[in-house]
Design a protein around this ligand. Structure first.
Ligand code: NDP
Ligand code: OXD
Length: 308
C-alpha cells in the first residue's frame, strides 16, 4: 500500500514515523518525492492544486484537520474519492478547555479585577446572574457539541445553532437561517464553531452581530473568514460588543499592522485552540485505512455538496 503525505513547511518526519509504526506494511512518501508511485491513500494538510490533481485514483484523501476549507477546489476529483476529515482526535478536549476558559474569565470578570489590581483598588463586584448569562454556540458538530456539554456542566444556560435540529439534554437547539436571529437575541457569549463553507463565509457581519445583546462577547475558534473584521471592530468600538477572543483569522499568520493586533478589547491567539495531535490523528487515520481495506464503512466523510 502506498501512502502520500504532505503538510506545508515541515518535513513531516514525526507524522511519517508515526504512520509507519501504525501501518508497518505501507510505503509512505512525502509529496513530491512520491511522484511515480500509484498512491492508495493521501494524508494531507493544505495541499497545493498540483498535488490534488494527482489524486484522481486514490482510495481516500485524509485531511489533517477538522475543517476542509483548506483544500483547494475538489471539484476536479471524482466524487467517488472520499475526503475524510479528522473527527475530534483529541481536539474536542482542547476546544473545551479553551472556550470554558474564556467564558469563565468573562463571566467572573477577571479582566475587570486585573484592571483593579493595576490601580491597587480593593473592590468586590456583585455576582452576575448565571441564569441570564446565556452562551450561544454556532455549530453543533463534533466540537460544538462537546463544548455545549461542558458549559452545561458548569451551569450556564446553553443554546446551539446548526443546520439540523439537535436533541442535547439541557441545551436549546435552533436550526437554520430562519432561527438565527432568535438564537442571537439572548446570547451573552457567542462561540463560533462553524465550518467555513459557501453558506457561512462572512456570516458574522454587522447585522448579525448587532442582534446580540449590548455587552455581548465573541469567541471565534472556527475560521476567521466567518467574521467581517472591520464590522466586528466597529461594534466593539461603539460599545455594542464588550470584546472578542479570536484564535483564527482571514489571513494567517495575522498580517503585521492588522488592527486586531493592538486592539485593547481583543485578545488573540495564533490558531492554537485545538491543535492537531500526531498520535491521536495517526491512530484515527490508520484505523480508517484498515477498515477501508477490509471493505468496512468509516465515519468523517465530507459531504462535498454541504462543504463540511
Ligand atoms: P462538524 O462538521 O462536526 O460540525 C459542523 C457544525 O456546523 C454542524 O453542527 C453543522 O450543522 C453546522 N453547520 C454547518 N453549516 C451550517 C450552516 N450553513 N448553518 C447552520 N449550521 C451549520 O465540525 P467540527 O465540530 O469538527 O469543527 C468545526 C470547525 O471548527 C471546523 O470546520 C474548523 O473550521 C474549526 N476548527 C478550528 C480549530 C482551531 O484550532 N481553531 C481546530 C479544529 C476545528 P449540522 O449538525 O446540522 O450538520
Ligand atoms: C482544523 C484546524 O480544522 O486545525 O482541524 O483548524
Amino acid at each position: 500500500m502506498n501512502i502520500l503525505f504532505y503538510t506545508p513547511g515541515t518535513d513531516g518526519a514525526a507524522w511519517i514515523g508515526s504512520l509507519q509504526q501504525a501501518l508497518p506494511g505501507a510505503q509512505i512518501d512525502r509529496w513530491p518525492a512520491s511522484r511515480g508511485r500509484d498512491t492508495d491513500y493521501a494524508v494531507v494538510w493544505k495541499p497545493p492544486p498540483e498535488l490534488v490533481a494527482e489524486l484522481e485514483r486514490v482510495k481516500a484523501i485524509f485531511n489533517l484537520g477538522a475543517g476542509v476549507d483548506s483544500m483547494p477546489d475538489l471539484s476536479m476529483l471524482p466524487s467517488s474519492v472520499p475526503l475524510v476529515r479528522l473527527d475530534d482526535a483529541g481536539m474536542a478536549e482542547q476546544m473545551v478547555e479553551y472556550v470554558c476558559h474564556w467564558v469563565l474569565r468573562h463571566y467572573r470578570e477577571f479582566d475587570a479585577y486585573a484592571d483593579q489590581q493595576r490601580e491597587a483598588r480593593w473592590q468586590q463586584r456583585p455576582r452576575l446572574s448565571k441564569s441570564a448569562f446565556t452562551i450561544g454556540i454556532l455549530g453543533t458538530g463534533v466540537l460544538g457539541a462537546a463544548v455545549a456539554g461542558a458549559l452545561v456542566g458548569l451551569g450556564f444556560p446553553v443554546r446551539v445553532w446548526s443546520r439540523t435540529r439537535k436533541a442535547i439534554p439541557r441545551v436549546l437547539s435552533f436550526a437554520g437561517v430562519q432561527e438565527l436571529d432568535a438564537f442571537l437575541d439572548a446570547t451573552r457569549v457567542l462561540v463560533c464553531l462553524l465550518p467555513l463553507t459557501r453558506d457561512t463565509g462572512k456570516l458574522l457581519d454587522a447585522a448579525r452581530l448587532s442582534r446580540l445583546p449590548r455587552g455581548a462577547y465573541l469567541v471565534n475558534v472556527a475560521r476567521g473568514a466567518l467574521v467581517v473584521d472591520t464590522e466586528l471592530i466597529a461594534l466593539i468600538d461603539n460599545g455594542h460588543l464588550s470584546g472578542a477572543t479570536l484564535d483564527v483569522f482571514r489571513d494567517e499568520p495575522l498580517p503585521a499592522g492588522h488592527p486586531f493586533w493592538h486592539h485593547p478589547r481583543i485578545v488573540l491567539t495564533p490558531h492554537v485552540s485545538a491543535v492537531t495531535l500526531v498520535e491521536e490523528s495517526v491512530a484515527q487515520i490508520a484505523g480508517k485505512i484498515r477498515r477501508l481495506e477490509a471493505g468496512l464503512p468509516i465515519t468523517g466523510i465530507v459531504d462535498r455538496e454541504r462543504g463540511y
